[in-house]
Design a protein around this ligand. Structure first.
Ligand code: BQZ
Length: 694
């Protein structure tokens, strides 16, 4: 039975000092092992050189209709002239089903909506693989799930090779030579420098839509310069910070078409930053891309159709220009509908990531006649309750919000919250069975750098939780069942906390509602602030929240991807602690320790040292309840059975999402299984005769 210590007068809230009567060790407990759940298939581990190389081939091919309707008609140069000197060549031996054939479509269903095509200006295209397909980046990491652990390094992509200086402080990168944007304009270092100088370095340009394209992602003080059209040089403060090669992949270093974007940028026009960001609305078709498919049709709330890029700079070993698939659909629906349509066969692809859909998806896919195969991977989907840890103004808090942040910054408060969460019940509320696991926060169990002995777990314990809040002087002074701030804080009002969550996913809101309910016996009134995807993302990135419940990024799964986001290593890098209005980060001592560990991890290439640093990271993170882990479970790739070249063991989420991991440009449909799904057959983006409006 919980006792209330009624108000002893206006005792100030000693927010920075833990006052718990219960010794810390009594609150921790043995972390239960996750229920046994083995991934259904394992990758065939290879070297990067087994996957691809860059070389000139004796001849090149393209779909016959491109030759007859476009090249022979003089609308396009011959394919050999549309390709770089040494295209990126995918090796047949690494293609699960070998060299493919042209034709057919991949019908995606997505829950996001396109804001426009200015990805590097901060716009989202609706996620679900659209931006991944459009935005080719200097390096690539999605397919790294199939690369041998001892050879792990980002794959070359637009940067085809690189070498470090003797002292490891300079990295010279060689760009692919002669590649072109989908409108024929040359790709070169001008595109790279426009992205770096006028987007990443310009604080007025919102970082790429996921908020990750900020200077600190590449190290404090890092410089980048163009040596010539196809050579760039990075200069770092650290020695051999190979980590930053991961940041040069999606989503943080994917240059845009400077020949189209630069004239709209405020530095080169009379445009405002808002006008620059919105200069290419979804209706603007045939935006030049380096990706395999180009947007040719947009019907609001209905569909985005993309057609093959005639200048795509990748081929197979027989010289066939990729992609094999002529068309991409992105049906504008909901994320839950993506699962339903993929299982039913009216869609082709889904990342089964909402645990509520698992049982039905498994049931529907169990039948031999089911149109799609469902393949579970490791537990790489995880949710946490994250608290706004800024005490100096990030997101411009009012008095109540500031008082909540001061609570967030108090360890006893975070311990009380974490011990009020019944994780077993939370996981079972999503799906019963061997899927969900108790997740205490920090790095995910089962991934490379995880160490259970370094993981501190505070089991469900309502009595201890209430005792901690009593000890913080948060009393229910008006007897309405909700604790109050002390009289000298937020006017002694009820402790009300807003909880931001993404309504695009049932899982996000279900977990948020579970947390809200579990805070009631703790005397905290948590109020739902549920927003749709883009609005939620914008509010989270700009600090307009007290707490969020959200699915975490690849930094918790892969560690080497988005590493700088593991701690507040820069003013704008961390998901729930960015700099205040004065540009400074008011880190708590343990946050500074985490930041120092992450920076040390980035600065060393010694694997044993990196493993040790991540154990320290996990210990400090979980001991201090940096975020309140909730649940963790495996995702499953649902893909229509007609597609070939789907790599074994492709996770839906690890270094990136499956839309990147499966290497869609190599995926094909055998001729005898091709569907009649193309909406603009035998057309090219923007070229004369194409359906897509110019
Ligand atoms: C996968 C992914 C491909 C973003 C998005 C979405 C945004 C976040 C996150 C996922 C969607 C799908 O995730 O849920 O399965 O297809 O697109 O980009 O959640 O709201 O901001 O980080 O990737």
């Amino acid at each position: 039975m919980r006792k209330h210590i009624y108000a002893l007068g206006g005792a100030g809230l000693l927010l920075s000092v833990s006052m718990s009567a219960m010794p810390a060790q009594e609150m921790t407990g043995e972390l239960p092992d996750p229920p046994e759940f083995s991934a259904q298939s394992e990758p065939n581990f290879v070297s990067i050189s087994d996957i691809l190389e860059y070389k000139a081939l004796p001849e090149y091919n393209e779909p016959d209709w491109v030759t007859s309707k476009y090249v022979d008609a003089g609308a396009l140069p011959p394919v050999a002239e549309r390709l770089p000197k040494e295209p990126l060549v995918y090796k047949a031996a690494n293609m699960p089903d070998g060299i493919g054939v042209y034709g057919d479509t991949m019908r995606h269903v997505i829950g996001g909506r396109p804001e426009g095509w200015n990805y590097i200006g901060g716009q989202s295209q609706g996620w679900g693989g659209i931006d991944i397909g459009l935005s080719e980046c200097l390096t690539r990491t999605g397919p790294l799930f199939m690369v041998k652990a001892d050879e792990l390094e980002p794959m070359p992509n637009l940067a085809k090779s690189w070498e470090w200086s003797e002292d490891g402080k300079e990295l010279t990168m060689h760009l692919i030579e002669g590649a072109k944007w989908s409108d024929g304009d040359p790709f070169d270092s001008e595109d790279v420098m426009f992205y770096w100088e006028d987007n990443v370095q310009d604080p007025n340009v919102s970082a790429v839509p996921s908020g990750t394209g900020t200077p600190e992602r590449f190290g404090t003080g890092t410089k980048l310069e163009a040596i010539d059209a196809y050579t760039i040089k990075w200069t770092f403060e650290e020695s051999f910070p190979t980590q930053y090669l991961y940041a040069m992949a999606y989503d943080s270093f994917c240059p845009g078409p400077s020949h189209i974007l630069k004239p709209e940028h405020p530095k080169y026009s009379d445009n405002s930053y808002e006008q620059y960001k919105n200069a290419f609305p979804p209706e603007y078709l045939n935006i030049p891309v380096m990706g395999a498919w180009v947007p040719v049709e947009y019907r609001p709330d209905d569909i985005i159709v993309m057609r093959r890029n005639p200048y795509y700079w990748k081929v197979d070993e027989q010289g066939n220009q990729l992609p094999y698939l002529n068309e991409m659909h992105y049906r504008l629906s909901t994320w839950a509908d993506r699962d339903v349509q993929a299982v039913a066969g009216s869609g082709d692809f889904s990342n089964l990531e909402q645990a509520e859909s698992y049982v039905e998806a498994l049931r529907r896919s169990a039948d031999d006649s089911a149109p799609a195969r469902l393949q579970f991977g490791a537990r790489t989907i995880g949710y946490a309750l994250r608290m706004n840890m800024s005490g100096n103004g990030w997101g411009e808090p009012d008095a109540r919000e500031q008082a909540v942040r001061e609570l967030n910054r108090n360890l006893d408060f975070r311990k009380a919250v974490t011990m009020a969460v019944d994780r077993q019940r939370l996981g079972e509320s999503l799906v019963r069975g061997p899927f969900t696991a108790i997740y205490p926060g920090g790095l995910y169990a089962g991934t490379t750098y995880y160490d259970k002995d370094s993981t501190v777990y505070y089991p469900y314990n309502m009595d201890a939780a209430n005792e901690l809040l009593d000890g913080l002087g948060l009393m229910d002074t008006d007897g309405n069942g909700v604790r109050n701030f002390p009289a000298d804080t937020a006017g002694g009002a009820d402790v009300e906390i807003t909880l931001l969550a993404n309504t695009d996913y049932a899982t996000d809101t279900n977990l948020a509602e579970g947390v809200i309910a579990m805070m009631e016996p703790l005397g905290l009134r948590v109020i739902a602030n549920f927003q749709t995807g883009t609005a939620r993302d914008d509010m989270a990135q700009s600090g307009q929240f007290d707490w969020t419940v959200e699915r975490q990024g690849s930094e918790m799964v892969a560690v080497v991807q988005n590493t700088t986001m593991l701690a507040p290593t820069g003013p704008r890098t961390h998901p729930f602690h960015k700099a205040g209005s004065d540009g400074t980060l008011d880190l708590l001592p343990f946050e500074q320790e985490l930041t120092d560990i992450v920076n040390a991890f980035i600065s060393t290439s010694d694997n044993a040292e990196r493993a040790e640093l991540m154990k320290q990271y996990q210990q400090i993170f979980t001991e201090n309840v940096y975020s309140v882990g909730l649940t963790q479970y495996p995702g499953a790739l649902i893909i229509n059975k007609r597609f070939a070249n789907i790599p074994a063991g492709a996770p839906i989420f690890m270094f990136n999402w499956a839309e990147d991991n499966i290497i869609r440009e190599r995926v094909y449909v055998p001729e005898d299984q091709q569907g009649d799904y193309e909406l603009h057959p035998e057309t090219l983006p923007g070229a004369p005769g194409s359906d897509g409006p110019a």
